[in-house]
Design a binder for this molecule. Structure first.
Ligand code: FES
Ligand code: FES
Length: 217
């Protein structure tokens, strides 16, 4: 039987071993390696910074950032693209959704330095007031918003959702994995469930997306 002291020591060793394993695993990621190779050792008391360059709405942007900067803060605070909204900053509301390499991403949950060479599209890159993206037009036509705070994230997500369905990517509610998913109401609501609207414009949002998908609402 271990004494209480021996038990304490082995529990501590277990915790240290676990943390070390997680740290080693994380450092093996390609993004982490790339970011590390571009990072600067911080002067005492200063945050570590790293250079990163990625394309935003078709324009290459080079930044030197505190390595803890999220993609959301890089877009809003450093590039002044404030169309992308910060709601919860914890991956729970979808207000910060942008499209990276064709896939939607909660930009509050990913570090900017992990996106070297990536192609990022924000709401500003989808369309302009004079030349709106069809999804933006449909949101206006169907009153798919009230206060509008969630809307940039909803629209970015909706555009990527239609591409996901076109690419045959199944969701949690796809019944038959042997055939391409269809744009049913259940599929749409499941795929958009990460985008919360405090104003409750959900049915109008669903109508807008359905129209763009070319199906009757
Ligand atoms: S701000 Fe990113 S999910 Fe809420
Ligand atoms: S339109 Fe207000 S939160 Fe969605």
């Amino acid at each position: 039987m271990p004494t209480p002291n021996e038990f304490e020591i082995s529990r501590r060793n277990l915790l240290v071993g676990t943390v070390t394993s997680v740290a080693i695993g994380a450092s093996h990621g390609a993004n982490a390696q790339n970011a590390a190779s571009r990072s600067h050792a911080p002067a005492q008391g200063m945050p570590a910074t790293a250079k990163v360059s990625f394309s935003v709405n078709g324009e290459v942007r080079a930044l030197e950032l505190d390595t803890r900067t999220t993609l959301l803060d890089a877009l809003r605070e450093h590039l002044h693209l404030t169309g992308t909204k910060k709601g919860c900053d914890h991956g729970q509301c979808g207000a910060c959704t942008v499209i990276v390499g064709g896939q939607r991403v909660n930009s509050c949950l990913t570090l900017a330095v992990m996106h070297e060479g990536d192609s990022v599209t924000t709401i500003e890159g989808l369309g302009t007031p004079e030349h709106m993206h069809p999804m933006q037009t449909a949101f206006v036509t169907h009153d798919g918003f009230q206060c509008g705070y969630c809307t940039p994230g909803q629209i970015c997500s909706a555009v990527a959702v239609l591409d996901e369905i076109k690419a045959g990517i199944p969701s949690h509610v796809t019944g038959d994995l042997t055939i391409a998913p269809q744009l049913t109401n259940a599929e749409l609501r499941e795929r958009m469930s990460g985008n919360i609207c405090r104003c409750g414009a959900y049915s109008n949002i669903a109508e807008a997306i359905t129209e763009v998908a070319g199906r009757p609402a």
